[in-house]
Design a protein around this ligand. Structure first.
Ligand SMILES: Cc1ncc(COP(=O)(O)O)c(C=O)c1O
Length: 241
C-alpha cells in the first residue's frame, strides 16, 4: 500500500470540498502551521475556534496531559461526577443570566443546536422553530432544517416540518414570532452568508423581545422601527455533505 499521505487522504477521508487545500499538517504553534516540507502558514481558522489561544499552548498541553493521565472519557450524559466537567459547568453557569444555571455538554455546534431545538420543543410543547434566511447552524438533519441556505438543505429534504424562515435584519418580519413559536434561532453575525451583520442593534433586541412576548403567549405587534432588507448574498464558500 502506498504511504503517500495526500493520496490516502483523497482515497479514504470523506471529501467535503471539490478542491481541498490538502496542506499536510506536520505541526503547529501559536498561529503558525507547518507542512511536512517546512513551509509555514498563518492559521486564520484556529480549528473553527478550538485553538483560539493558539496551537500547542503550553497551558493547554499541560491540562490535556494531566487529564489524560488521570482518566479519559468515561460518560458524557451525566451520571458520573467528573471534576473537570463540573468545574467548567460551574464557571459557565457563572456567566449566564439567572435563572439559567445548567450546562449540557456537546462536542459540536450542530449537536448544541439539536439540544437547543429539543429543549425548546419539550419545554414549550410547541413545534414551530423560527430561523433566518442566510443563517447557518450545522450539518445534522435538525440543524440543516433551520439553515437559511436552500443549497445546503435541498439534497436532504424533506427535513423537519414547521420551520419558518424570516428575512434577516427585517424588524417587521419579526411579527411572525407568535404563541406557536417554540424557539427563535439566530446567527447574529451570519458568517457563511458572507459576514452579514444587522444594520443596528434594534433587530437583535426586537428579536429577543418578540421571543419573550411569544413565551408569554401574546402576539407581538411590529413597531415602525427601521425596516431594511439585506440584499441576498448567495455566497457559498464551501460545499457541504
Ligand atoms: C454559526 C454556526 N453554528 C453552528 C455551526 C456548526 O458547528 P459544528 O461544525 O461544530 O457542528 C457552525 C459551523 O460552521 C457555525 O458557523
Amino acid at each position: 500500500m502506498s504511504d503517500d499521505l495526500a493520496a490516502l487522504f483523497l482515497r479514504h477521508v470523506c471529501q467535503t470540498s471539490a478542491a481541498p487545500l490538502g496542506i499536510e499538517v506536520a505541526r503547529a504553534a501559536g498561529s503558525t502551521v507547518w507542512d511536512g516540507r517546512g513551509r509555514a502558514y498563518l492559521d486564520l481558522l484556529a480549528g473553527m475556534g478550538v485553538a483560539n489561544v493558539g496551537h500547542t499552548h503550553p497551558e493547554v498541553v499541560a491540562a490535556v496531559r494531566a487529564q489524560a493521565e488521570r482518566h479519559l472519557h468515561v460518560m458524557v450524559y451525566g451520571e458520573f461526577v467528573q471534576e473537570a466537567q463540573v468545574r467548567l459547568a460551574t464557571r459557565l453557569a457563572g456567566l449566564l443570566a439567572p435563572p439559567l444555571a445548567v450546562v449540557y455538554f456537546t462536542s459540536s455546534g450542530a449537536e448544541a443546536i439539536e439540544g437547543a431545538l429539543k429543549t425548546a420543543r419539550k419545554h414549550t410543547r410547541r413545534r414551530r422553530i423560527v430561523a433566518f434566511e442566510g443563517g447557518f447552524h450545522g450539518d445534522t438533519l435538525g440543524a440543516l432544517s433551520i439553515g437559511g441556505n436552500p443549497v445546503y438543505r435541498a439534497p436532504f429534504e424533506p427535513l423537519l416540518p414547521d420551520v419558518k424562515f424570516l428575512p434577516f435584519d427585517d424588524v417587521a418580519a419579526l411579527a411572525a414570532i407568535d404563541a406557536h413559536t417554540a424557539a427563535v434561532v439566530v446567527e447574529p453575525v451570519q458568517a457563511e452568508a458572507g459576514v452579514r451583520r444587522t444594520s443596528t442593534g434594534a433587530w437583535c433586541r426586537t428579536c429577543s423581545c418578540s421571543r419573550r412576548r411569544s413565551a408569554a403567549g401574546s402576539r407581538w405587534a411590529p413597531s415602525s422601527a427601521a425596516r431594511r432588507s439585506w440584499r441576498r448574498s448567495a455566497t457559498t464558500r464551501r460545499s457541504r455533505t
